[in-house]
Write a protein that binds this ligand. Structure first.
Ligand code: SF4
Length: 286
């Protein structure tokens, strides 16, 4: 069997940076409490490893107890958080370690700058995604989140501002983003600024997944079941060829995969190299 592994499979630089720096923080803070707001990455294996090193994962800042020691830390993960979360962390007597991906920080800057200049923001992304909620938290309430085509109709009817900025969640599908922008243009006569803030790492991974899917008989997508960017890779590949989505090598149906002579492997931005290597080994053993 021939196995082709996508060049862009696995950790993007934002996630790698967050994971590496969190490990360092944990090593340097054995005497202090270290919390993380939400799972550092959408990957069970990575999160368990960090928890074993001393990290406490809590859902959100509301669950953070008051700290009696200023050296206790709160990790802000690559998704970023809204302005009020930074304030709350300091109020509760913690230091924050800001591991927000530079790409996400740049969206926070863009929305603040445009809002200052009188724009209303249309943020294209998933309504409950932490990154989207974080960006929303920099918009002073002058923002609507667009997740579906139906949202566009409803939101455009209500918009009062003449100046509109459109931005996207970094891991949103490029195809859908372009489609939504075209629809928005037909609904609004307002001054429209479109900033494609989809991360290049995401774009390249999606493009490579499409290309690779056309070259193989089956695709194996590796990543957390709750990772939206992994799910998108699955969606892209499954439209082209037989595709399975697994979190670990143990989930591979080797009997089923035996029938293919050429298999492609792609992995989401939060999938560690170890998980990819384990899957390659398992496939090689067939
Ligand atoms: S996918 Fe892109 S924006 Fe998101 S953490 Fe990775 S590099 Fe940053």
């Amino acid at each position: 069997m021939e196995i082709i592994v996508g060049k862009t499979a696995g950790f993007c630089y934002g996630v790698k940076n967050a994971k590496d720096k969190t490990e360092n923080v944990l090593i340097e803070n054995k005497e202090n409490k270290v919390y993380c707001l939400g799972e550092l990455v959408h990957n069970k294996q990575v999160v368990e490893k960090l928890e074993n090193m001393g990290l406490t994962v809590i859902e959100n800042v509301e669950e953070l107890p008051k700290s009696d020691n200023k050296n206790n830390k709160v990790i802000i993960r690559a998704h970023g958080v809204g302005k009020e979360v930074y304030e709350k962390i300091e109020e509760l007597n913690y230091q924050y370690v800001d591991l927000t991906c530079p790409n996400v920080l740049s969206i926070h800057k863009i929305v603040q700058e445009y809002i200052k200049n009188g724009y209303y923001v249309l943020l294209i992304g998933q309504k409950n995604h932490p990154e989207v909620l974080g960006t929303y938290g920099w918009c002073e309430g002058k923002c609507s989140i667009v997740e579906t085509e139906e949202d566009i109709e409803e939101i455009c009817k209500k918009i009062q501002s003449n100046k509109i900025l459109v931005v996207a969640q970094t891991t949103f599908s490029l195809e859908k983003f372009n489609k939504f922008v075209e629809i928005i243009k037909t609904k609004l006569n307002n001054e429209l600024e479109v900033r494609n803030t989809i991360c290049n790492a995401t774009k390249l991974r999606q493009e490579e997944t499409e290309k690779l899917s056309k070259e193989v008989e089956a695709m194996v997508i590796i990543g957390g079941k709750n990772s939206s960017n992994t799910k998108k890779l699955y969606d892209i590949a499954s439209k082209i060829t037989s595709t399975i989505l697994v979190e670990t090598a143990a989930e591979l149906d080797l009997e089923e995969l035996k029938k293919y002579k050429k298999i492609g492997i792609m992995a989401g931005a939060s999938t560690p190299k170890e998980s990819i290597d384990e899957c390659i080994e398992a496939l090689k053993s067939i």
